[in-house]
Design a protein around this ligand. Structure first.
Ligand code: ACO
Ligand code: ZN
Length: 186
């Protein structure tokens, strides 16, 4: 289980972007340019969070809010995970009922914690706070994300937080790896 560690979760600001980029470059093959971070921060700053310890950024989560009709949530029939068809149909039909502009979903763009600070509850804390804010500040009815099918640690974190795999996107990543789309209804 998690061991005690002193970290705080706070809003990112523009001065944090270089350090956030460093965490991202050290932890993930999906990297973004400075202007992308700046855009996301300006638009959804209240749900762009960092984990800080001794003035050092050791993790981040960046999110955006989208309309529920985002096509990534539906995809092609043959991409649905067969053994989960029933629960997927439940989730999908509830999304389909959201076909109006007032229905918002949160999208976790990226979350990461530096390797030396993992398994201490920081990822959970970042995701928890972001989900609460997406719900309270934007009224999102669900949160979704894409994750490499091989990313055991992240998938296990998401499942623990109540996310379910609803789709596979074939060859989503640059190296040809597939992605799961995982959804948590709020
Ligand atoms: N093995 C198995 N399960 C793990 C592991 C691991 N090494 N690490 C975390 N988990 C799961 C466990 O279920 C754990 O619960 P437990 O502590 O009760 O066993 C749960 O995740 C929560 O762990 P935390 O300590 O809160 O998570 P952590 O701070 O370690 O961060 C994260 C998890 C963000 C996935 C981290 O491993 C990381 O930065 N990985 C590299 C970057 C990455 O893959 N990001 C996600 C990409 S997908 C996306 O961004 C949408
Ligand atoms: Zn995404």
């Amino acid at each position: 289980m998690s061991q005690e560690i002193n970290f705080i979760i706070r809003n990112a600001d523009e001065n944090d972007i270089p350090e956030v980029m460093e965490v991202n470059l050290r932890t993930l093959p999906e990297n973004y340019w400075y202007g992308f971070y700046k855009f996301v921060l300006e638009r959804w700053g209240d749900i762009f969070l960092v984990a800080e310890m001794d003035k050092k950024i050791i993790g981040y989560i960046m999110n955006r809010v989208e309309d529920a009709r985002d096509p990534v949530l539906y995809g092609k029939e043959n991409e649905l995970i067969k053994e989960k068809k029933r629960s997927i149909e439940d989730i999908m039909s509830s999304f389909k009922n959201m076909f109006s502009e007032s229905h918002k979903v949160g999208h976790v763009i990226s979350i990461a914690v530096l390797p030396e600070y993992r398994k201490k509850g920081i990822g959970t804390a970042l995701l928890n706070e972001a989900i609460n804010r997406m719900k309270n500040n934007y009224g999102t009815e669900a949160v979704y994300l894409e994750v490499r099918v091989s990313n055991k640690e992240a998938i296990s974190l998401y499942k623990k937080m109540g996310f379910e795999e609803v789709r596979i996107i074939k060859e989503y990543y640059r190296n040809g790896e597939d992605a799961y789309v995982m959804v948590k209804k709020l």
